[in-house]
Design a protein around this ligand. Structure first.
Ligand code: CAP
Ligand code: MG
Length: 409
């Protein structure tokens, strides 16, 4: 048997192979480019090792099963991901490793990944997900409505917690720390959590359920300590920036038996690897990995409506891959956030559907009448869109929404 990574047209067993789809930009022909990736990421290197036996290749070598246009499909034997210790970091070192740096490939983008059941079964998946969040908030079918406390940094704990209380008074179900706030001197985590917990308790006494996600993004062992500290002080939800703490960081929290609250997953830094259409990793791939690792809610964009760059078809696919059946993993709550204000909510919900956590930071805190009215305006916009009522029509007898539309439309 010769050692050849090409297996064009071969139908691989999805339980025996982890299958990846890449797009490639290269002077090499697409078949050769596919072989280079399969070789580099399994049993080969730039030259054939004399130590590579046919037996090793047969057992562990990757296979190029499709190579057409600018797209290749590569199957990696599931045994290449065996063992207890490697987990997601080791998966990524294969499917998203050296290949990105190969000089012969000007651009490579990992656009999709299909996990065998054997791999999926090793991961915690969402501990709460869509259903769990809805149960906690007693909100069976409408979108969750959230805000990000603004300014991103600078508010001391008491004022920060008052923002949360005002947002709850306006009817929001969720709030969160911004991705850049963790434990800075002006708003230490412990103080922030205990003050916010008082606000949430007060809202609950007034009959309103709301949760707030506290950002505990830090180094591995410190993150578990930070989680303990937050939970001891009344945190109802934790948040991490997955690209800065790593998928393994999300998994560590999801697998910690002492953590019995949902994990909100922000994606700060994602655009460094998702934005370039010719190189990097797609957001749907990141979404599948976060779902495996155990995130409960994940930012996936605003379908081109808010302030962030969007490939709408890819964002729709992101929503699909984190909510549809994934061999026994619960669905994750898609989070739509970034540059949103109440006047955009009807168009957003046309794309998102009702299983969404809609968030606005500036779109709440920038309301002319302040946070509570900004929150009420966002809630009113969601109510109107959910009932299929035109926002301007609804605004006629909802003055907070009217003021928001006057300012931003
Ligand atoms: C939104 C936000 C979020 C973005 C991240 C911000 O604030 O808090 O981090 O949603 O983008 O800092 O920009 P605004 P994405 O509502 O004031 O824009 O969700 O695309 O990852
Ligand atoms: Mg933010």
């Amino acid at each position: 048997m010769t050692i050849d990574y090409l297996a064009l047209g071969e139908e691989l067993d999805g339980d025996e192979y982890l299958i990846c789809e890449y797009t490639v930009k290269s002077d090499l022909d697409i078949v050769t480019a596919g072989k280079r990736i399969a070789e580099e990421e399994s049993t080969g290197t730039w030259t054939r090792p004399t130590t590579l036996s046919e037996d090793i290749f047969k057992k562990y070598g990757a296979k190029v099963t499709k190579a057409e246009g600018n797209r290749v499909e590569i199957g990696y034997p599931v045994i290449d991901f065996s063992g207890e210790i490697g987990e997601i970091p080791q998966i990524l070192s294969i499917v998203a490793g050296n290949l990105f740096g190969l000089d012969s490939l000007e651009g490579v983008r990992l656009v999709d990944i299909h996990f065998p059941q054997d791999i999926i079964d090793r991961y915690p998946g969402p501990q709460f997900g869509i259903e769990g969040l809805r149960d906690i908030l007693d909100r069976p079918d409408k979108p969750l409505i959230g805000t990000i406390v603004k300014p991103k940094i600078g508010l001391p704990p008491k004022e920060f917690a008052d923002y949360v209380y005002q947002a709850g008074r306006g009817g929001l179900t969720n709030s969160k720390d911004d991705e850049t706030l963790v434990d800075q001197d002006f708003c230490p985590l412990q103080d922030r959590v205990s003050h916010v917990s008082e606000s949430l308790d007060r809202l609950e006494e007034e009959g309103h359920k709301m949760i707030h996600a506290h950002n505990i993004s830090t180094s591995g062992h410190r993150m578990l300590e930070a989680a303990d500290l937050a939970l001891e002080n009344g945190a109802r939800q934790l948040m991490v920036d997955v690209l800065t703490v790593g998928f393994a960081g999300v998994q560590a929290l999801a697998e910690d038996p002492s953590i019995k609250v949902p994990i909100h997953v922000h994606r700060a830094m994602h655009a460094a690897i998702t934005k370039n259409p010719e190189h990097g990793i797609s957001m749907p791939v990141i979404g599948k990995l976060v779902r495996l690792a155990g995130g409960d809610a994940l930012h996936i964009g605003t379908y081109g409506i808010g302030k962030m760059h969007a490939e709408v078809s890819e964002e729709i696919y992101s929503r699909e891959v984190i909510t549809e059946d994934m061999k026994g993993l619960d669905p994750m709550m898609p989070v739509a956030s970034g540059g949103l204000h109440p006047g955009m909510i009807d168009k957003l919900m046309e794309k998102s559907g009702p299983d969404v956590q809609i968030q606005a930071g500036g779109g709440v805190s920038g309301h002319p009448e302040g946070v509570s009215s900004g929150a009420a305006a966002l809630r009113q916009a969601v109510d109107a869109a959910y009932k299929g009522i035109d926002l301007r029509e609804y605004a006629k007898d909802h003055q907070e929404l009217r003021k928001a539309l006057e300012k931003w439309m």
